[in-house]
Design a protein. Structure first.
Length: 298
């Protein structure tokens, strides 16, 4: 069963085509691509989906389900992935499963780990994991506050693209093992990527391998293939995915429009004295006379 998975909750715009195999083989990555560019998700995602399918030699009707990273993430970039994934699934008549984007990093970790992504506004999205299982719900907060909460919970290691943005707050925490973002196994070719959030791209395709298409290194962004693995059992069993609901965790920057202001002209005018009324009428007559003479009043 072929599943198209995607995530746009971070600066990485990532897509993977995953084949859900029977145990012990598990999910196999048929093709994937990631581009680091926080400002171009809207223009990048659809062509990347097309390119991933083409690299695997798969036509869209062969896809049986869609998996979407549901955040938390910045409003605009997250919505690009949610809307595109939902529209693609609706066009094919297949289910769309939403998965917490932080799980796309945390599910590949071991031991107690904090996953950190950029929330902008000088804040981070975060969640705590124990041996790949999330403990509690994701949150958003100031980096120093999040670091203190993680230390209080006994976490000594953090990962994710948000941790490096605030080195002072997360100083003293360990880092994940080296290996690069979302490495593929097997014969798939890869091109260099800009891990600092530039416009570089990494892609891979090739024959499925027996290791499930994932390396042992922790991904540096929400890996779509990891998201697909987390709901593989539900997809194979045909379980209802439920509503595709984004995890924004806070209101967007755009403010809702306020109600119209009261029209001042509708207020009753105060009564004027007879002298004032006479003066106004005389001024009006003088203006009319000046206009008829070809001049305008000053």
């Amino acid at each position: 069963m072929l599943v198209l998975a995607l995530d746009t909750s971070t600066a990485a715009c990532a897509v993977a085509l995953v084949e859900l195999g029977a145990p012990p083989a598990g999910p196999l990555v048929r093709a994937s691509r990631v581009v680091w560019d926080a400002r171009r998700h809207g223009e990048l995602l659809a062509p990347m989906m097309r390119d991933v399918l083409a690299a695997a030699g798969v036509r869209p009707p062969e896809v049986r389900a869609v998996v979407v990273g549901a955040g938390p993430g910045p409003f605009t970039s997250l919505r690009v992935g949610m809307v595109t994934g939902a529209a693609f699934a609706a066009a094919l008549g297949v289910p769309a499963y939403g998965v917490c984007s932080l799980d796309g990093i945390g599910a590949a970790t071991t031991g107690p780990v904090g996953v950190i992504t950029d929330a902008r506004r000088r804040e981070v999205f975060w969640a705590r994991y124990q041996d790949g299982t999330r403990v509690g719900e994701p949150g958003v907060g100031a980096p120093a506050t999040v670091a203190a909460d993680l230390r209080a919970a006994g976490v000594e290691r953090v990962t994710g693209p948000g941790a490096g943005l605030y080195p002072d707050a997360f100083a003293g925490f360990g880092t994940p093992p080296a290996g690069g973002p979302g490495e593929l196994t097997g014969s798939g070719e890869q091109s260099g990527s800009d891990a600092q959030g530039g416009s570089g791209a990494q892609s891979g395709s090739g024959e499925p391998s027996g290791s499930g298409g994932l390396s042992g290194a922790e991904p540096e962004y929400p890996a779509p293939e990891v998201l697909a693995r987390l709901v593989a059992a539900d997809i194979v069993a045909g379980r209802d995915p439920g509503p595709l609901t984004p995890r924004y965790l806070r209101r967007p920057d755009a403010a809702e429009p306020r109600g119209p202001k009261a029209v001042t002209a509708s207020r009753p005018e105060p009564a004027r004295s007879a002298t004032a009324a006479t003066g106004a009428a005389s001024a009006g007559a003088a203006s009319a006379g000046a206009a008829s003479a070809g001049t305008m009043p000053v």
